[in-house]
Design a protein around this ligand. Structure first.
Ligand code: CP
Length: 323
């Protein structure tokens, strides 16, 4: 049985009913209320002193299990755990674990859930985070599963948009690049259906947003699809660039056809709204020219910083949950 034990206390203004989840697996599991609760808690934690923060995960152990490479997700989670007074165990690659000897993923998760109070994971296969949540005794936080979902990235993206664009409602947002394999855009496009966003999907034909996502989003929001990046730049409040994900292509020839499909340059932003923001989950390869970095449009490095308060909030909220 899953019980949410979220309590009100002097450092937590959320009510018991504001956050309903016992794992963070997919943005589909989040109601609008859940999303707003995470953002609110992130703002609260961000305004705490280091001493106040360091009590939130006191005596808790968090497992950080990365079966796929990561810089931002793993290290912002580990920074957040330490800032909240928790301790980290885990691995940054599966090659040093008993998976190498043939241990199944399910067995690894069951074992790790005996050692830790919370489990953060990333895996190259879609659906593994859901499987982990089913077998784990402790809450799971999905740091990305294959091309499926990256819910903690979405929450930090929303936090960044709220902070730098000043609103979440009625946004016009262009998603550019690898919309087929990009788990960050899958999660964010779904989340934004709670906020009446107009969405522009800009990709080569072979990397279009999966049809099921486009259709779901279209039920609630206006969606435009195009291959032409310059067409909608003057319209949007946010341009969300993504990397063409070489590692997900079954065929390198297909990757080579699209690898330079979009390269955003400073010159392409001359007709953008003055307040328009360029975001990117990073890492970038070549899809944003470095001459964009110093423009007031670029907020992708500030976006990485939002990973800390948002992941602190998620760790804090799930540390109060009993599965
Ligand atoms: N944005 C993101 O998920 O980055 P990493 O792959 O470095 O974690």
């Amino acid at each position: 049985m899953h019980i949410n034990l979220l309590l009100m206390d002097s450092k937590n203004s959320l009510k018991k009913t504001d956050f309903s989840l016992t794992d963070v697996i997919s943005i589909y599991d989040f109601s609008k209320k859940d999303i707003l609760a995470v953002l609110k808690r992130a703002e609260e934690i961000d305004s705490m002193t280091p001493m106040q923060k360091s009590k939130l995960l006191e005596n808790k152990i968090v497992a950080s299990m990365f079966f796929e490479p990561s810089t931002r997700t793993r290290l912002s989670f580990e920074t957040a755990i330490q800032a909240l007074g928790g301790k980290v165990i885990g691995f940054a690659e599966a090659g040093i674990t008993s998976a190498k000897k043939g241990e199944t993923f399910s067995d690894t998760i069951k074992v790790m859930s005996n050692y830790a109070d919370l489990l953060v994971m990333r895996h190259p296969l879609s659906g593994t985070a859901r499987l982990a949540a089913e077998v784990s005794l402790k809450p799971i936080l999905n740091g990305g599963d294959g091309s499926n979902q990256h819910p903690t990235q979405t929450l930090l993206d929303l936090y960044t948009i709220k902070k730098f664009v000043g609103k979440l409602d009625n946004l016009k947002i262009g998603f550019v690049g690898d919309l087929k394999y990009g788990r960050t855009v899958h999660s964010l496009a779904t989340a934004l259906t709670h906020f009446n966003a107009t969405q522009y999907y800009i990709s080569p034909e072979s990397l279009k947003m999966p049809k099921h996502i486009t259709e779901e989003v279209q039920e609630k929001s206006k969606v435009y699809e195009t291959e032409d990046i310059e067409k909608f730049i003057p319209e949007v409040d946010v341009l969300y660039m993504t990397r063409i994900q070489k590692e997900r292509f079954p065929d390198e020839i297909e990757y080579n056809k699209v690898k330079n499909a979009y390269i955003l340059t400073k010159a392409m932003l001359v007709n953008a709204k003055k307040e328009m923001k360029v975001m990117h989950p990073l890492p970038r390869v070549n899809e944003i020219s470095t001459d964009v970095d110093d423009t007031p449009h670029a907020i992708y490095f500030q976006q990485t910083a939002a990973g800390i308060p948002v992941r602190e909030a998620l760790l804090d909220l799930l540390s109060k949950v009993k599965k």
